[in-house]
Write a protein that binds this ligand. Structure first.
Ligand code: PLP
Length: 445
């Protein structure tokens, strides 16, 4: 039993962690980005134990993946039962009940009152590759419109959409031709220099697609799809203004363009509804999700209007995609989310946002607080007036929080994101916020 609260008992990293770090340094790809030396051994609910017996409160959820907490007993039970019965068969060549059963469930819960079909891969990036290929296949058009600061994955198709940080693209070109980027609605940093109130009333970012891109570089009749995160994740936990998604829907409909929502990070209950786009009442033609869908088992899905998923046999497939063990974990995860954890995400999200509300007055380094449900970010700045990003302060906060037993990660230029498992309880949220509050006060001295 790991308990419910963190306990640090060695200097960090501890002696066992140091051995593992040396091994990792010697043999593991240096492309991974680790903010601090956590070497995890076990997890339970909100708590992660490291190899030296230190325990941490996890506000990162394995990057928004362990939606039902670490090793939820019902999910572990479903995985163990399925592993004892059938680990693999490959849905590309054979049938097994779980694949169709999970597809039925996903079609029922995905937004939009129309028939849907589901494709299964192993990750977010694979789900996006499938969405891109499907959009081209169905429309017979080849262009895509995506947004600056968005993240959609790291394989060549999805990377061509991704525009979150330069190291993700540097030295990897040429990328897929035909992707045009435009600006994402951001009320704190309006790309048009407008004030928050104006931006919230009528975001004009989508207008640029029609007024600029369609008239200059991207003929609308060549555009297969507009691809967007309903809440921007890696790019800074940015909630777009009301009406942003609706305008995209209207533009897509006017020109026979498909709308693809990437709910890899913001989906599966994280925002307090099953899908982030439900907050705006807009349904996409294709929705992708992954991360939180199976509580840590690798699974990525592409859900499309049935008439759009019209590709023929052999057009696209994956050996492992929709593996039976992952499907069992996903069905159990969805059951738990619907039963109690989505409502907990809404409730706890509201509670945390309530506590963070005064932080821009209380902390001179906090420029903005924003979020939906348990997808919450606060942005650190050098000066609240100029809003100059403060990545040094952000990195210091993350490091010091770790030393006090709290796991958080950054995103965007200088945002700290709070993305705990959806099982988080009030006293755990209070402790996390107390730690962050204290660390901020320290670095502001
Ligand atoms: N899309 C979004 C919005 C993401 O946040 C991510 C990963 O962070 C991906 C796609 C890619 O997912 P994966 O790392 O599983 O390929």
């Amino acid at each position: 039993m790991l308990g419910r609260m963190p306990h640090i008992k060695t200097a960090l990293p501890g002696p066992e962690a140091q051995k593992m770090l040396a091994l990792d340094r010697r043999y593991v790809s240096p492309s991974y980005l680790r903010d601090y030396p956590l070497v995890a051994k076990s997890g339970e609910g909100m708590i992660v134990e490291d190899v030296d017996g230190n325990t941490f409160l996890d506000f990162s959820a394995g990057i928004a993946v362990v939606s039902t907490g670490h090793c939820h007993p019902d999910v572990v039970g479903a995985i163990q039962r399925q592993a004892g019965q059938l680990i693999h068969m490959s849905g590309t060549d054979f049938y097994y009940p779980l694949l169709a059963q999970l597809a039925e469930k996903l079609a029922a819960i995905a937004p939009g009152n129309f028939e849907k079909k589901v494709y299964f891969g192993n990750s977010g990036t694979e789900a996006m590759e499938a969405a891109m290929k499907l959009a081209r296949y169905y429309t017979r058009r080849d262009r895509f419109i995506a947004f600056y600061n968005c993240f959609h994955g790291r394989t060549y198709g999805s990377l061509s959409l991704t525009s979150s940080k330069v190291p993700q693209r540097r030295n990897f070109g040429p990328l897929l031709a035909g992707v045009t980027h435009t600006r994402y609605g951001n009320p704190y940093r309006c790309p048009h220099g407008r004030e928050r109130a104006e931006c919230m009333k009528d975001c004009i970012c989508p207008d640029e697609i029609e007024n600029l891109l369609f008239r200059t570089v991207a003929p609308p009749e060549d555009v297969a799809a507009i691809v967007v995160e309903p809440v921007q994740g890696e790019g800074g936990y940015v909630v777009p203004p009301p009406g942003f998604l609706k305008k995209l829907r209207q533009i897509a409909d006017r020109h026979g363009i498909l709308l693809i929502f990437d709910e890899v990070q913001c989906g599966m209950g994280r925002t307090g509804k099953m899908w982030a786009c439900e907050h705006d009442g807009v349904a996409p033609d294709i929705l992708i999700t992954a991360k939180g869908i199976a509580s840590g088992m690798p699974l990525g899905v592409t859900i499309a209007r049935a008439e759009i998923m019209s590709w023929g046999a052999g057009a696209h497939a994956s050996t492992f995609g929709g593996n039976p063990v992952c499907c069992a974990a996903a069905l159990e995860t969805i059951r738990l989310l619907q039963e109690k954890y989505i409502s907990n995400a809404a409730r706890m999200g509201e509670y945390i946002m309530g506590r963070l509300a005064g932080w821009t007055s209380r902390h001179r380094t906090v420029g903005d607080v924003r979020g939906r449900g348990l997808m919450i970010g606060f942005e650190l700045v050098k000066d609240q007036k100029t809003r100059e990003p403060n990545p040094e302060a952000r990195n210091q906060v993350i490091q010091r929080a770790f030393e006090r037993g709290l796991l958080v990660l950054g995103c965007g230029d200088s945002t700290i994101r709070l993305m705990p498992p959806l099982v988080v309880e009030r006293d755990q949220a209070d402790l996390a916020l107390d730690i962050l509050d204290g660390v901020l006060a320290e670095i502001e001295k």
